[in-house]
Structure formats: C-alpha cells, structure tokens
Design a protein around this ligand. Structure first.
Ligand code: NAP
Length: 294
C-alpha cells in the first residue's frame, strides 16, 4: 500500500489485552481480588449472541471471571431492573454490561441509569458521561477510548491538532470529542445538519468518522497527511450475493491522501472489547479505592 500508514487495530488490541491480562495477575497477587464482568443479554438476537460469546471468551482469556445472564425477550423492564440491582449488589461483579439494543418495550436509558456508575464498564451512565465532560476521572466508553489509543499509536501527543469528529451519538461521537478535548485538540463536531461537510473534514489533522453511512467520506475530503480513524461498520452487498463490511470512509480513495488510516474491519472494531477488559480492571480497582494497575 502506498501513502498512508495502516493502523493495525487487531495488533494494537491484542497488545492491550495482553497488558490487561498481565495487570490482572499482578492485581490478584497484590490484593487478592479477581475481577469479574457480567454481561446481560435479553432475548436471542443472533448478532448480540455472537458479541456476548466473544466478550466471554476474551474476558476469560484475560484471566477475569465472566458471568453471563441470559433472560427471555419477553422479560419486563421491572424484571430487568431487578437483574441489574442484583448485579450491583454482588461483590464478585466489578463490571456490568447490558447488551444493546434492548427489545422495544424496555427503556434502555432507564436500564443504563440503574447500573451502579462504579460498575458501568460501558461508560454510558449519565454520571460517567458527566464526569468525562467535566474532566473528572470515571469509566470512559470503550469504542471512543479505542479511537484515542489508535490515534496515539501513530502520534503519541495529539496536543494542538485540529480534530474533526463526524457523528454526535452518545456512544461514539460525543465521548470521542470529549476525549480529544482532554488531549488538547481543537475539536469540531459535525453531524447530519452540518453544512459543507467536505470543507469541515478537510481542515482535520485528525478525523474520526462515526456516521454509519458506507464510504461517505472520500479522499478529496481529507487533508493530506491526516490521521483517519474510521469507526463505521456497514454491511454492503458484496460478490456472489454475500455481504462485506465497509467503514464510513472510502478506504481505497483515502489511503493515498491520509498519513495514517484504520481499516474496516481490523481497525477500531477489535479495540472495543480490549477497552472493555481494561475498564473492568479499572472498575475493580477504583471501586475499592486501590491504585489503577495499568
Ligand atoms: P448513530 O447513533 O446512528 O449516529 C450517527 C451520527 O452520524 C449522528 O450524529 C448523525 O447526525 C450523523 N450523521 C448521519 N448521517 C450523516 C451525514 N450524511 N453527514 C454527517 N453526519 C451524519 O451511530 P453510532 O452508534 O454513533 O455509530 C456510528 C457508526 O459506528 C456505525 O457504523 C456503527 O456501526 C459504528 N460503531 C462501531 C463500533 C465499533 O467499532 N466497535 C461501536 C459503535 C458504533 P444527527 O445526530 O444529526 O442525526
């Protein structure tokens, strides 16, 4: 490949998982605490089942306990809140993740708010979102944290960069913008109502695309030499009636212009579970008032 450096999310995520696994061993040796992650799955959505299975495998591979709580799709909101309350009380559970999306009869906001913020390893609780926005320590959403780690793998100090985030969701766009601000970037957030999007993205030394629109961002929207972090995961028709995954950035068109770029798949995707494991260890330490072992 000529042009951009390929940011290998798979390798960087494997490195982070290894660091977490080593820290788990040290932490258990020093404090006698064995961190545990509980994942709650409501119903039998096939994609969610795959995610939950992968999380269990990776949690156990990192030397942590994994607890799966599976409840039927017809579970009421009240019953699900009771499940979360029980996990909040359990001493052996350090992290709680409720797999989204939830069935339509359940208010996911109410369920997220029921999770003890000290165990909210997804970082979606309004308390943790507020801590991030006000620069206080807390649990940070996994995919946005992964984006920052990937950007810093090619440029360790992001201070002063013009950063543009396309997308303003609570789970990716807003937290990634907050994290970039904390890294002393000058941050612009664009969204579906932004005018002249290509002119905005062309200013970016660091571009994060979290849109959910296949290959929206083209090579001529990119500043030459920019770092491009593509969060998008979009399924599009491929050859022979199959599907293939593409990002929000047109990779082929952009890789000759960018300085560094994440591929899809193999870029941001693998970072999410690695950061979830990291957050579980952080939660295990901080809720006991112990130093964070990473
Ligand atoms: P989302 O909640 O649908 O938010 C999409 C954002 O993009 C919104 O803020 C929307 O603007 C904006 N947008 C939509 N069309 C646009 C356009 N044409 N021009 C400019 N902005 C536009 O999506 P999300 O949950 O943030 O996820 C974004 C992408 O990341 C998806 O492809 C998702 O699959 C992927 N993702 C990957 C991971 C991972 O790698 N592990 C994790 C999470 C998400 P408005 O606010 O104005 O509607």
């Amino acid at each position: 490949m000529s042009g951009a450096t390929l940011i290998d999310g798979k390798a960087i995520a494997a490195g982070l998982r290894g660091e977490v696994a080593a820290a788990v061993v040290r932490f258990a040796g020093e404090h006698g605490v064995h961190p545990g992650l509980a994942v709650v799955l409501v119903g039998d959505d096939p994609a969610s089942q795959v995610y939950v299975r992968n999380k269990k495998r990776e949690t156990e591979a990192a030397g942590m306990a994994s607890f799966e709580v599976k409840v039927p799709a017809a579970t009421s909101e009240r019953e699900l809140l009771a499940v979360v309350e029980e996990l909040n009380r359990r001493a052996d559970v350090d992290g709680i993740l409720v797999q989204l999306p939830l069935p339509p009869h359940i208010d996911s906001g109410r369920v997220i708010e029921a999770i003890d913020p000290a165990k909210d390893v997804d970082g979606f609780h309004p308390i943790n979102a507020g801590r991030l926005a006000s620069g206080q320590p807390g649990l940070v959403p996994c995919t946005p944290l992964g984006c920052i780690i990937l950007a810093k793998s090619v440029q360790p100090d992001l201070m002063g960069l013009e950063a543009v985030v396309v997308g303003r969701s609570n789970i990716v766009g807003k937290p990634v913008a907050q994290l970039l601000l904390a890294e002393n970037c000058t941050v612009t957030i664009a969204h579906s109502k932004s005018r002249a999007l290509p002119e905005i993205t062309a200013r970016a030394d660091l571009l994060v695309a979290a849109v959910g629109r296949p290959e929206l961002i083209r090579g001529d929207w990119i500043k030459p030499g920019a770092i491009v972090i593509d969060v998008g995961i979009n399924r599009v028709p491929g050859e022979g009636g199959k599907h293939r995954l593409v990002g929000d950035v047109d990779f082929e068109d952009t890789r000759h212009v960018a300085g560094a770029i994440t591929p899809v798949p193999g870029g941001v995707g693998p970072m999410t579970i690695a950061c979830l494991l990291r957050n579980t260890l952080v939660a295990a330490a901080s809720r006991r008032g112990l130093p964070i072992p990473l």
